[in-house]
Every structure is written in C-alpha cells, then in structure tokens.
Design a protein around this ligand. Structure first.
Ligand SMILES: [Zn+2]
Length: 107
C-alpha cells in the first residue's frame, strides 16, 4: 500500500466522529492502513494511578484512524487537497498542493 501522506503532514478528518478536525500526523502504520493524528480520535482510557502518572484515573490518548478518513490540509489555501509530486530542475523531489501549488515538502 502506497501512502501519499507522511509523518508531520497536516490533515483534516473527512469522515467519522472527528469529521472536520485537523491535526498533524504523528505516526504512520502502513501495514494497517492507519495513521495516528495529533488530537484526533481521542479515547478515554481508565488507568490505575502510577507513580509516573500524577492523576491516574482517566487519561486521554489518540487512537489510529484509517488513512482513507483523512485528507491533506493545505495551510496556504486552507483547503483540503491532494498533494502532487514533481522533480525540480535541481533534482530535488517536492510535493505540492494541487490547488495552490504551494510546496509542502522538499526531499
Ligand atoms: Zn494549497
């Protein structure tokens, strides 16, 4: 499975309970086709108090979401978009916003 998104990309949820929310990708799980996004798909988890965890009780943590439930979100044109790849004249590979041509990443 080929992923169009990379760790650190800013995405918006397009379906599910967190629809419309945005966040940055923390982790990519290619085998499962899932990604972990900062602030998205929070679940409440009951945990026993530990020395390391000052409060104990309920903690919140993100759960992975399906990669098909999110789209790249362009900060420049503030729209959901698709990234396209191209190679520049100097040989560097970039990904850019299909809508406004803003370069998202240079490799
Ligand atoms: Zn854009």
């Amino acid at each position: 499975m080929k992923f169009k998104l990379n760790k650190g990309d800013f995405v918006q949820v397009i379906q599910g309970k967190d629809k419309g929310k945005k966040g940055r990708i923390i982790k990519i799980m290619p085998e499962e086709g899932k990604i972990l996004v900062e602030g998205i798909n929070f679940v409440h988890k009951h945990s026993r108090p530990k020395a390391i965890d000052r409060q104990g009780g309920i903690t919140q943590m993100e759960k992975p979401v399906s990669v098909s439930n999110v789209m790249y979100f362009c900060m420049k044109c503030t729209k959901r978009t698709v990234l396209k790849g191209k190679t520049l004249q100097d040989g560097s590979k970039v990904r850019y916003c299909k809508k406004c041509n803003e370069i998202a990443e240079v490799k």
